[in-house]
Design a protein around this ligand. Structure first.
Ligand SMILES: Nc1ncnc2c1ncn2[C@@H]1O[C@H](COP(=O)(O)OP(=O)(O)O)[C@@H](O)[C@H]1O
Ligand SMILES: [Mg+2]
Length: 638
């Protein structure tokens, strides 16, 4: 497309967007609004209820008794249990007007564990949701606090209203709208103009963020608004609500959500406002009667800060007004990998080649630092890590995983955070000066970083070094497998040859025959050594070998009777034994081919084949594939 055409396209899109927004607009009298409420009662829901419905409407799937919310699905990984608790125990209960609504929501968890991300998703989500039918919100027109129009219903009529509409109205009309009702509408409630509003943090509608600055200089006005001295002369008095600017964060976030950053670092006087707001649904501003507000307040903190707060007697009254939800680190390797992928996609490293297993290896390290030592003696930390990630390990059942999880209530509240890992990956890239890094580069960088990490104690450092070694071990296994697989594929033929050979021997063994050497025609006894070397791969003992061999012969004749061909895939365990034997045999080929400094022609051909396969089928580039081969070569020669 030419530049001009592209500009035109963008302009058209902007116009379209504007027209869509226009379509959503609504303006009418309070009387008309009531008709709307009659038809669509959900437009009058509380802020908590709207947040809950937003999450629910995005879709919930249940798997293995675990709810998963699509709302969080694209950005938060591995925190299903915590999110279910948060949504059910807080949002759902609060939506039903239960007591939890009266408490400030406090997300508590370790640094970079996703708390801010969750809050941001709620904020951005609400902005979108209020642009849908299900999430529509209406307010008294021109009100700086976007006051709920239902506040116009006089208290003595609210019972009747409830009878008729099934909606209980909480909160009373603000001093400003009370005055406007008199002055602009002559007290005629039904004429008061109502409009549909669309949340937008940028425009300060329904979404706000409060972050404390220096506690000594910070003004409560940031939270609750302030007198507008320039208009006092016009209105004659400081207590005229028109001379007040309702532009604090609490005012602006009314009907929606306010994020309270660093709440526990805040001066107490700020917290008391919140208390009354959450508990009574109102707060005090200027010289006015209490102002009703309906908003979800969400704060976040780490464990240490929270404990200090709890231990301070002065804060006692606040404790019971806060509901704490744990947001621990993710504890699943596979999900941790996804976190890194997401963070890298969003960073300036997005076009760097990251070799397969690099992120997984880093994830293994991180998860190990977060897990607590199992009390169950038969499980070590690496096994626990695998079980948590849903791997099936021999001798363990699903029940065992549940038992492990129950051993600790507060797992995942410390350890290495995702941002640290991303920083180390980034510095590995800078140091290597190649647009390609592998698992070893990452591990090395993680290790180097431990010295610079201020908050790691010497004791932890020792443990972490062990975890780096453990992650390295896992990587070594994966690397060897990957290379062997790449070799084996070209050996598909040899798998078949090996099996045919095995079957000939088995047949002779069972029928007490000799077999003929294909070359010399010489008669020989069955090759016991060959048969055993294959059977041992899947743990068939000397005593069990006869039964196994006979079973195979029976299978072959059953196949023959049905006119089917017995091949490589016809007997699962046999196939596995052959594959493993091949791997074991290949070890030498791989070892020699990968480590030779002066490959001959056929070795060179093999190497190129393997590298091509690593690139085409396994996600490597030529740098990382060569690095992998060299590394596996050195491993096999140890
Ligand atoms: N469980 C997780 N799922 C997805 N991303 C995560 C998760 N935990 C941390 N992150 C990512 O790590 C980074 C730091 O998270 P952040 O939300 O700022 O943490 P916090 O506010 O708890 O310190 C963000 O890029 C975030 O997306
Ligand atoms: Mg944060």
């Amino acid at each position: 497309m030419k530049g001009e055409a592209r500009t035109l396209e963008i302009i058209n899109k902007i116009r379209e967007h504007r027209e869509n927004e226009k379509q959503l607009e609504w303006r009418g009298t309070f009387k008309e609004y009531l008709e709307l409420v009659k038809e669509y009662p959900h437009i009058a829901q509380t802020s908590h209820s709207r947040v809950y419905n937003m999450i629910k409407d995005a879709g919930v799937v249940e798997r293995d008794n675990q709810k998963m919310y699509k709302f969080f699905g694209d950005d938060i990984f591995g925190l299903e249990e915590s999110l279910e608790k948060l949504v059910e125990e807080y949002f759902h209960s609060a939506a039903r007007r239960l007591d939890v609504k009266k408490r400030i929501l406090m997300l508590m968890g370790p640094v970079s564990g996703g708390k801010s991300t969750i809050v941001t998703m709620l904020k951005r989500g609400l902005e979108q949701y209020t642009r849908t039918d299900a999430g529509a919100v209406y307010a008294i027109e021109g009100c700086p606090m976007h006051e709920d129009p239902l506040h116009l219903i006089p208290p003595h009529l609210r019972e009747d209203f409830y009878e008729e509409y099934g909606i209980s109205v909480e909160g009373h009309l603000s001093p400003l709208n009370m005055m406007r009702l008199e002055k602009e509408y002559n007290g005629n409630i039904e004429d008061v103009m109502v409009e549909r509003i669309f949340f937008s943090e940028d425009k300060r509608i329904g979404v706000g963020t409060f972050s404390p600055s220096d506690p000594k200089s910070q003004d409560i006005a940031d939270l609750t608004g302030s007198i507008d001295f320039s208009t006092i002369a016009e209105y004659g008095s400081e207590s005229d609500p028109r001379a007040y600017r309702f532009d604090g964060e609490l005012n602006k976030a009314n009907r929606g959500i306010m994020e309270f950053q660093e709440m526990l670092k805040c001066d107490e006087k700020f917290l008391w406002h919140l208390l009354s707001l959450s508990e009574e649904g109102n707060f005090k501003a200027g010289r006015f009667a209490l102002i009703s507000a309906d908003e979800l307040i969400v704060a976040h903190t780490n464990e240490a800060e929270y404990k200090a707060f709890i231990n301070n007697k002065k804060n006692e009254a606040l404790h019971s007004r806060i509901i704490v939800m744990n947001i621990p680190y993710n504890l699943k390797v596979t999900e941790e990998e996804r976190i890194y992928e997401k963070m890298i996609d969003k960073s300036d490293m997005a076009n760097v080649h990251i070799a397969p297993h690099a992120l997984r290896t880093a994830a293994i390290f991180s998860i190990l630092t977060r897990l607590k030592e199992p009390k169950n003696q038969s499980v070590d930390l690496v096994k626990k890590m695998k079980l948590y990630d849903g791997e099936e390990l021999e001798g363990f059942k699903e029940q065992d995983v549940e038992e492990l999880k129950k051993e600790y209530q507060d797992e995942g509240m410390d350890g290495i955070d995702p941002r640290y890992v991303i920083n180390r990956i980034s510095s590995a890239i800078i140091r290597k000066d190649v647009q390609s890094i592998n698992a070893l580069d990452v591990l090395r960088s993680l290790k180097d970083g431990l010295d610079q990490h201020a908050s790691i104690s010497d004791e932890d450092k020792e443990r972490y070094l062990d975890f780096i070694a453990a992650a390295r071990k896992e990587y070594d296994e994966a690397a060897k497998k990957e290379v062997q697989k790449a070799f084996v594929y070209s050996y598909e033929e040899s798998a078949k040859t090996l099996m045919d050979n095995y079957l000939d021997n088995v047949e002779a063994y069972c029928n007490k025959n000799k077999i003929k050497d294909p070359l010399t025609g010489e008669e020989m006894s069955p090759d016991e050594k060959l048969m055993r070397s294959i059977e041992e791969q899947i743990g068939i003992s000397e005593n069990a070998k006869r039964a196994f061999r006979e079973e195979i012969l029976i299978r072959i004749s059953a196949y023959a009777r049905k006119g089917k061909k017995f091949d490589y895939n016809s007997h699962e365990r046999l196939r596995e034994a052959i594959q493993q034997k091949l791997f074991a045999d290949l070890k030498d080929v791989v070892k020699i081919t990968t480590s030779t400094k002066t490959p001959d022609e056929s070795q060179l051909k093999k190497i190129n084949e393997v590298i091509a396969r690593l690139i085409d089928e396994h996600g490597y580039n030529s740098v990382s594939a060569n690095e992998l081969l060299r590394y596996v070569g050195s491993l096999l020669n140890r």
